[in-house]
Design a protein around this ligand. Structure first.
Ligand code: DC
Length: 223
């Protein structure tokens, strides 16, 4: 196997990207980076500073103060300025605001630089929207995951319902559909399949089958 390699896994939300990426990273004993968590971390910070409220978004304040935001992974936990924010970044309020934050080019430049630094000296499985197209156009293996929005909403509902009993399936399906639209129509780095990515319909497989299938691809392509 190569000394150092990059596996890019892109796809819409709740297609199982992060679970797949985490499983691969464990099986290969390499790092996993959930780049979506980084966009969520920036969003949470902007909300804490009241730059994002229900009715307004002070993008200038966020862009001017990006350097105050320090993100770090400790295993799969995300630290924001030293504090573990892995749970709050999954809240509905962050999910509803994050696509607007991810559409800001300065935020993307800020995070893409950090994503490249993480992979500079180690092998990594990174999941997101633009990993195979923008962050690592020369990734050793690119996977593009898709899945039926209703199956994705059900998946997210099962994850979130224990944390928030007021959430409904329809609310989550709405959020997913809206985010798909925003993420794939934004001007900077929209969600898009790289021409050399392998497309996989995640809902055609069980999680175990999907992991075994992709692991076999990794072993075939990275040697
Ligand atoms: O994968 P996720 O749902 O946690 O991602 C959260 C948001 O971040 C999503 O709306 C799109 C954005 N994102 C992005 O623009 N680029 C990435 N590489 C990863 C996520």
């Amino acid at each position: 196997m190569k000394n150092s390699f990059v596996i890019a896994i892109d796809g819409a939300s709740s297609t199982g990207k992060s679970t797949l990426a985490k499983g691969l990273a464990n099986a290969l004993s390499i790092a996993h980076v959930d780049s979506g968590a980084m966009y969520r971390g920036v969003t949470l910070y902007a909300q804490q500073q009241h730059w994002i409220t229900e009715t307004s978004f002070d993008t200038q304040a966020l862009v001017a103060n990006l350097d105050d935001i320090q993100l770090m992974f400790k295993g799969d936990r995300l630290l924001l300025n030293g504090k573990d924010v892995s749970d709050p970044i999954r809240s509905m309020s962050v999910s509803e605001a994050v696509s607007r934050v991810a559409a800001i080019s300065e935020v993307r430049v800020f995070l893409v630089a950090q994503q490249r630094t993480i992979a500079a000296h180690q092998s990594v499985v990174m999941d997101g929207r633009d990993i195979g197209t923008v962050v690592f156009p020369n990734a050793d293996l690119k996977i593009f995951l898709t899945a039926d929005p209703k199956i994705r909403a059900q998946r997210r509902y099962e994850e979130l319902a224990p944390l928030d009993a007021t959430l409904t399936f329809e609310q989550i399906l709405d959020n997913i559909t809206q985010r798909d639209h925003l993420d794939s129509t934004r001007a900077d780095s929209p969600l898009m399949q790289a021409t050399d990515a392998i497309a996989i319909v995640a809902s055609d497989y069980t999680i175990e089958e999907l992991h075994a299938h992709v692991l076999a691809l990794v072993k075939k392509l990275i040697h």
